[in-house]
Design a protein around this ligand. Sequence first.
Ligand SMILES: Cc1cc2nc3c(=O)[nH]c(=O)nc-3n(C[C@H](O)[C@H](O)[C@H](O)COP(=O)(O)O)c2cc1C
Length: 172
Amino acid sequence: MTKTREAIVLDKQRMDPVLYRDAMSRYAGHVQLVTTALGNERRGVTITAACSVSDNPATILICLNNNNAKNEIFFKSGIFALNALGAHHQALADAFSGKTNLTTDERFATGKFDTLVTGAPVLADALAAFDCRVIEIKRASTHNIIFGEVVAVHFDETKPALLYMNRDYHTL
Ligand SMILES: Cc1cc2nc3c(=O)[nH]c(=O)nc-3n(C[C@H](O)[C@H](O)[C@H](O)COP(=O)(O)O)c2cc1C
């Protein structure tokens, strides 16, 4: 059973996912809402896995679970908006994480949404919103990394940010 022996060796070398998640729980992340639209459909997902890639051309990346069939719209639409959430957006973050079991329309009713250039829903009172066209999608095991070129931004006066750390919300 060489195959089994090989598999056991590989399993031993692979980081235990629970241990990895425990370590990651110490990592503070800005809570963000990523949104998209395609035809009459729209979707938003609460995420922390997003960051800036470059300022020229302005580029950001987001990581979305590809095991969730409802995320397919993000891989097809060619557009997304990344909305950085503030301390006052905790209910909205819960709504778009599925925690409160709301329908899509009910989730979007927890905030006020506009559009900028691409047509992706932009949260009107986001700390900052980045309207993007998808330039590349890279599959990375359970998640797809979506790179977007920023075509419009919207931001207002500085307000406290909503963070996620130690498996709970915090504000900064
Ligand atoms: C604080 C926080 C951060 C999250 N970060 C991500 C993320 O970076 N990528 C991701 O795919 N899902 C992330 N999720 C999970 C999604 O929000 C959740 O799976 C999804 O919204 C479920 O939606 P559904 O009920 O419509 O399937 C995060 C959830 C929370 C509460």
